[in-house]
Design a protein around this ligand. Structure first.
Ligand code: ZN
Ligand code: ZN
Length: 248
């Protein structure tokens, strides 16, 4: 037994002994954790997290109640031009999913990234085929914002998907060149205006003629993804699909 495996065994034993005295708790429901995939989230909270179930809009993934007929007009995207081909999401931006994303982004609890990646990889296959994308790009943060936060959560998702699918992902090809004020209080027209000139493509050769999969954590109105898609198309992208972990 090497020193390291001995140390790990000792640590494992210590951890088990400690668990008996002080059981670890799920950070979401407070339940006791035993033999689970994550040391801070129970299997039930992981499994019961709200998935995005049909029916939803085939363009912007907005969910609806009831049955969508042939003359269905989506109130989110029926009146405007979105520059991406279609947007997809795995989860609803509610409950555990919303809290996990907030803990990662605003609580600086980087360990939630693994949970978000697991939800993504577990739910992505029915949404799109890996042969539909040539390259994965994250929706970028402004460099100042990214330095403050220490990471771009969209990159965690893009990287995990690209590794799993064995297609290239590029962190700094699509960049944010202008800081935008927070969008939460703006309506969609104001959001669109606010985003003009916010993004740029650094290496157009990476996207020219390619089918781009744009990755983000949450899609709300789709304005940000649409503006990114517009810039990517200007740089020659053949198509732009949007995949987010959650749909607001
Ligand atoms: Zn739980
Ligand atoms: Zn729609």
């Amino acid at each position: 037994m090497t020193t390291r495996t001995f140390a790990n065994a000792l640590f494992g034993f210590g951890r088990t002994a400690l668990d008996l005295l002080y059981p670890r708790q799920c950070q979401m429901c407070g339940g006791t954790l035993r033999c689970v995939a994550f040391s801070f989230l129970c299997d039930d909270c992981f499994a019961d997290a709200p998935r995005l179930e049909p029916p939803y809009c085939s363009i912007c993934a907005m969910p609806f109640h009831g049955i969508i007929g042939p003359d269905f007009r989506c109130p989110n995207c029926g009146q405007i031009r979105l520059h991406f081909d279609r947007a997809m999401a795995v989860m609803r931006f509610q409950g555990v999913v919303r809290r996990a994303i907030h803990s990662l982004k605003y609580g600086h609890q980087g360990y939630w990234a693994r949970v978000l990646q697991s939800w993504l990889l577990e739910g992505v296959d029915p949404l799109l085929n890996r042969s539909e994308a040539d390259v994965v790009l994250p929706v970028p943060l402004h460099p100042v914002r990214e330095r403050e936060r220490g990471f771009n959560q969209a990159w965690f998702l893009a990287d995990a998907l690209a590794r799993s699918w064995k297609i290239p992902a590029h962190r700094r090809v699509l960049t944010r060149v202008r800081q935008t004020e927070t969008q939460t209080h703006l309506d969609r027209e104001e959001r669109m205006a606010n985003l003009r000139g916010a993004f740029a493509v650094r290496r157009p050769a990476v996207v020219a003629g390619r089918r781009v999969l744009l990755m983000d954590d949450v899609l709300t109105t789709g304005s940000t993804a649409s503006e990114c898609a517009r810039i990517l198309r200007e740089a020659g992208a053949r198509s732009v699909l949007v995949l987010t972990l959650a749909r607001g």
